[in-house]
Design a protein around this ligand. Structure first.
Ligand code: HPA
Ligand code: ZN
Length: 348
């Protein structure tokens, strides 16, 4: 049975969301015009049809090209405000938002322009919509370790505005160990750590091992290939690390949304969560991701609730804040069960 309305109304937590990946064609064209940036398309429709990818590498080409329209503090404010407004409409209560400063500083846009715009949007988002959010700064792994370290140092004046660091962009030939010193320094500065372990990448098991044993991550982004290795699966379970899985994204960059792997994570009691990654490109925000997985696996309400319980549980928040969100989720579940239309619905 489809649980679309239940999922839509459920209080949600988004933990794998690239703010640059929320740049919808409408806003992209508006910013292109405002900033006099030439794009290889003239209409929103053409911009939408320009997306053409079937792998992480081909996705990243359009993702970075689109960012050329982001130039001013106001642009970053408008980008994050659009996302937070959309998130509020899906009852996202809390979001941890990735940003890619090097995708902007490498084009000559200063770090402080980027972070000030995002920060102001987050403050207003909480005030206007009641959506809480924190920033995670990602290093682009296809740039050098030295550039990542310089970016880390550049972030330190804004340390209080950033909860952790991550690692994204093209994984091929860019193993986690390349960033060992950067992550060690980030840890010393008090940042929490996560890293992308993208789907079906060359050397994926060795890369996941390095995330555990070299970087010492607190969480794994994507990471479903860990299930193919017994030691990795057990070690992640032992450490209680969460996975931020993005099913619709998986279906775009590989041929499969990896539903069987999500089912297995649930069965093993691993802390799997469902997220949207780059929703403007993959055409699905967090509600649609949850709905897609629920349908594919015919999940029950309790199983759907587990994704959100896991997410609030592994969120980088103080215990009291997590407990408040978990209580909200319990209340939603209890009310939904009490008002279910038929006994069959209630049992679902
Ligand atoms: N993987 C790697 N880099 C990215 C992604 C992703 O899922 N999204 C945006 N940049
Ligand atoms: Zn991602």
């Amino acid at each position: 049975m489809a649980l679309d309305a239940f999922i839509a109304g459920m209080p949600k937590c988004e933990l794998h969301l690239h703010i640059e990946g929320t740049l919808e064609p409408e806003l992209k064209m508006l910013l292109a015009e405002r900033n006099n940036v030439r794009m290889p398309y003239r209409t929103v429709e053409e911009a939408r049809n320009a997306y053409n990818f079937d792998s992480l590498t081909s996705f990243l080409v359009g993702y970075y090209e689109s960012m050329n329209v982001l130039l001013t503090e106001q642009d970053f404010y408008d980008l994050a405000t659009a996302y937070l407004t959309k998130a509020a409409s899906q009852n996202v209560r809390y979001a941890e938002i990735f940003f890619d400063p090097q995708a902007h500083t490498s084009r000559g846009v200063p770090f402080d322009i980027v972070i000030r715009g995002l920060r102001r949007a987050i403050m207003d988002g909480e005030r206007l919509h009641g959506v809480r959010a924190q920033l995670i700064m990602c290093f682009l792994r296809d740039f050098s370790a030295e550039y990542a370290m310089a970016t880390l140092l550049e972030s330190l004046p804004y340390r209080e505005w950033i909860v952790g660091v991550g690692l994204d962009s093209d994984e091929r030939g860019n193993p986690p160990v390349k960033f060992e010193k950067v992550f060690a320094r980030a840890r010393r500065e008090g940042y929490l750590l996560t890293a992308h372990c993208d789907i079906d990448q060359p050397d994926t098991h060795e890369h996941i091992r390095q995330c555990l044993d070299v970087l010492g991550v607190d969480r794994i982004d994507h990471g479903s290939n860990a299930l193919e290795d017994e030691w990795l699966t057990e070690e992640i379970g032992r450490r209680g690390l969460g996975f931020t899985v993005c099913p619709v994204s998986n279906g775009f960059v590989t041929s499969d949304m990896k539903a069987a792997e999500i089912r297995r994570m649930l069965d093993l009691g691993l802390k799997v969560t469902i997220n949207s990654d780059d929703p403007a490109y993959f055409l699905a925000y967090v509600t649609e991701n949850l709905q897609a997985v629920q349908r594919k696996l015919d999940l029950t309400r309790d199983e759907v609730l587990r994704f959100e319980r896991n997410a609030f549980e592994i969120a980088w928040l103080p215990r009291a804040a997590k407990d408040a969100y978990l209580a909200e989720l319990d209340e939603y579940a209890a009310t939904a069960a009490a008002t279910a239309a038929t006994p069959a619905d209630a049992a679902d």
